[in-house]
Design a protein around this ligand. Sequence first.
Ligand SMILES: [Zn+2]
Length: 230
Amino acid sequence: MKWINRLIALIIVLLTLNIFIQPGSLKSIGHRVNNAIDLPTMLKVEIDKDNHHENQTQQKATQTNANATPIESIVQGRTLSNRYYYHFANGVGDRAKQAFLSAVSDYNKTGIVRLEPQTGKVDSQANQLTFYVYKKRVENGSGAVELGLGGPQIYPWIGNRNDDLNRGRAGLNAEYPQSSMQKPVALHEIGHALGLDHSTKRDSIMYPVDQGETRLSSGDLAGLKEIYHK
Ligand SMILES: [Zn+2]
């Protein structure tokens, strides 16, 4: 009868989790729901393929279009404006800027999102993206090289607004400039900042291993459309 106890324990755990995702708890003012910034991304070699695959399967179950690139869990069910203002953090050189701007241009061409340079006063009610560079040597012995980091940063809607806010970040690892200061990496990290998760499909810009893919796939576009209800 041990399994019954386990089942009861599992149900209790699930009920407890449910309490945390009730809508009421998401309305607290100024509270950051989650933070996916520190997910290591864009590795040059494949690591832990099996785990990765399991994650993808779970995430796909919550999406309507099976071909769509998965959506970051903290973005699922959110209402986000498709308009973003971006700025470069201090220390972003010309090469990184070029990679970011080239990726921005591609995202704007989709017509699904609109990324505009932030000029003048910051609108605290608008979605914002920060593009940055950082330096991190990866010493894990597997030969994996981290080319970038990216993620959405979601704040629930406040007061009379109807949209949640995203303060996403996309970073390129300046430790490996030859590999990281490139359009595919910028596309991938901005994809994370906009809410896309990793894909198991090789033609996706969100495939976690850099293949020099320079174009958003039909699955990537479908994922963006789901996030921004287009
Ligand atoms: Zn990634």
